[in-house]
Design a protein around this ligand. Sequence first.
Ligand code: FAD
Length: 616
Amino acid sequence: MPLAPATPTGHDELAELVHGRCDAPFLDQLRSALSADDASITPDPAGRGDHVRRRLHGLAVGLPTARELLRTPERLAALHAWTAVAEPALCMTAVNHYLLCLGSMAQLAPDHEALKDQFTALESGRAKGAYLITEVGRANSHLATRTLAEFDPDTREFVLHTPDPGAAKFSGVGALGLPQTAVALARLVVAGTDHGVFGFVVDLGDEHGLLPGVEVSSVLELGALPLDYAQVRFHHVRLPFERWLRDSAGIRDDGAFHDPLGSTDLRLRRTLCVGQTLWGALPAAAAALARQSAVLALRYARGRRSQGRLAPGAPLLTYRTQQYAVLGAFADAFALTCAADRARAAWAACLAPGAEGDGGADGMAFGPWAAVSRPLAGYKAHTVRAAARIVADCRSHCGFSGHLDVNRLAAYQGFLDAFDTAGGDSRLIFFDLGRARCEEAEPDHPDAPPADPEPGPGWWPAVARAHERRLAALLRRRAGGPGHDDLGTWNPLLAQAGELGEVHAARLAADDVRDTVAAVRDPALRDLLGALATLHGLRDAQRWAGSLLTAGTLQPQQVRALPPHVDRLCDALLPRLPLLEQAFAYPQRIVRAPLGAADYNHALADSLSWSHGGRT
Ligand SMILES: Cc1cc2nc3c(=O)[nH]c(=O)nc-3n(C[C@H](O)[C@H](O)[C@H](O)COP(=O)(O)OP(=O)(O)OC[C@H]3O[C@@H](n4cnc5c(N)ncnc54)[C@H](O)[C@@H]3O)c2cc1C
C-alpha cells in the first residue's frame, strides 16, 4: 500500500502536531536562547554551577517571565522539550526552577506582591530555584514529611528545622556562591498541632555563600544527569509569615489555624498541585528526546555503509532489524508526541477556573502522586519510561557512536532513566493506578478480544482496552473485591497491580494516538500517520505479548501474525521518512551532535583536535 506524499498543508499540520501548537515566535525565541551558548556540552564539574546559572539566565532574558509561561502550557511544554534536547541537565534545572519552585509560588502564594523580591530574583534568572520534597532517610518519604515549620505566635514567623539527618532534603543545590531560593516542603506545626504539609519559600544562599541556618553537603556526583546534587539541612531558620505558601489556609491574629480543605491528605494533595504542571510538561520533553533520538538513529543507519558479505556497501538501513529500530522509533516517538499533547491539554484544563482535581484523595497507598491527578501521573510514568526504551534502542543500533557523550544519546537516556524515579516514582504511580483501576466498578466480564489484527490505527487501542479490563477483573478477583486495603492483600499482588497500572497508562496513550490520527485534516498526512500509528500499535502488542497471551487477550496465532504486518508497514513508510525526519529533527545548532550531521564521519573527525607526530 504505497503512501502518497503529503501536501504543503500536510507539512504544516505535521509541524503543528510535533510542536504542540506552540506559536512560531516563541519557538524562534527558544532557538536563539538555546543556540547562544557555545560551551562544552558536558561542563567540567568545577564550572558546572556557573554554566547552569549562565544558561538559566539566558532563558530568563530571552523568554517571557515565568508567570506568563505558567499561564501558557504549550509554551512551557515547548521550553522543556527544547532544553531537554539541547542539554538534559539544563532541562532538569528548568523543571526545578520554573515548574516546581516558581510554579508552587505562583499557584500557592495568595499574595504575589509579598514575595516580590523572590519572584524578581528568580524570574530575572539572577537566582536559581529549587524544590525540596524528598527526605533522604526513608522510602516513601513524600507521604510522611518530617521537616518542621513551627509557627512562632510572638513574631508570626515560622522556624524551619530538620529534626535529624534522615530528614535532610536533596536537590541540585551544591554550587555555593550562587543565589538560590527553594520551595521546601515542611510539616506545619501550630501550638503543638500538626496541620499537614505546606511549601515554604526559603533563600538558601547568595553570591557570598550560604545563609545562616542552612547547611549543604558536598556534591554527590550523578554522571547520568550531571548537576551539583547535595543534601540540605535547616537549623532553626526563621522565615517571615509571607514565605508560607498557605493557599487557602491561614492563621488568625489569635494564633488559630484554619484550612477549608479540612484534612491533611487533601492539603498534601493541594500542596503537590505542581505535579500537574510537571506531568503536563514533562511528557513533551520525553517525546522530544524520543523524536530526536529517532532522527539521529536514522541519519546514522542511512549514512553508514555495512561491509556484511551479503551486500557489501549497503547502508545499514537496508537491513530489516535496523528498519525495525529506526522506523519503530519514529512510530513510538509519534505515539509519545500524541500522548504529550493530551497531557498538556489535561494540564491546561486543570488551570481553568473552578477545575476539580482528578486524582481521588484515597489513592495515596504507595505515593501521593496518583492522588494529585491519575491521568497526568499516568502520562508522566508512561511517556518517560517509553522514551527511555526508545532512546536505549536507538543507542544500541548506533554502535560505538551511540555511546559517545558527544552524540547526546547517553545524556538523553540518563535524563529519562533518572525521571523514572524523579518527579514522582513511576513504579509507585503504576502501583497506585493499578489499585485504583481495580477498585472501579465495572462488569466482571471483560470485552471479547478483537479478532485477527486488521492493521489500522484502531486495532491496538481496542486490544489494549480489552487487556486492561481483563487484568482489572483478574486483579479484582485476586484482591477479594474492592475495599481491601491491607498489606497482606496487596503485597502478593504488587507486580500485577503495577502491570495493570502500566497497561492502563499505555491504553490512554493508545487512545490518544488513534484520536490524533482521526483528527488529521490532510488526507495524505492522515494515511501516513495512520501507518505510523499502526506500526506503533503492532510493536506495543509485540512488546506486551507475554502479558497478552497469559491473560488470554490475544491467542498465539494472532501474535504470530504480527511480523508480516510490521514488514509491510516498514516498506510503506521507508520512502516517507524524509518528511518525518524534517518534522521531528531539532536544529543541529541546538543538538550539536556529530551523529546528526549529514556526513557523520567528517563531523566527528572535525569535532576533535588532533596531535601530530614527527619533528619538522
Ligand atoms: C536525578 C534525580 C534528581 C532528583 N532531584 C530531586 C530534587 O530536586 N528535589 C527532591 O526533593 N527530590 C529529588 N529527587 C528525588 C526523587 O524524587 C526520589 O528519588 C524519588 O521520589 C524516590 O524516592 P527515594 O529515592 O527515597 O526512593 P525510595 O522511596 O527509597 O524507593 C526505592 C525503591 O523502592 C521502591 N519502593 C518504595 N516504596 C515502596 C513500597 N511501599 N512498595 C514497593 N516498592 C517500593 C521504589 O519504587 C524504588 O524503586 C531526585 C531524584 C533523582 C534520581
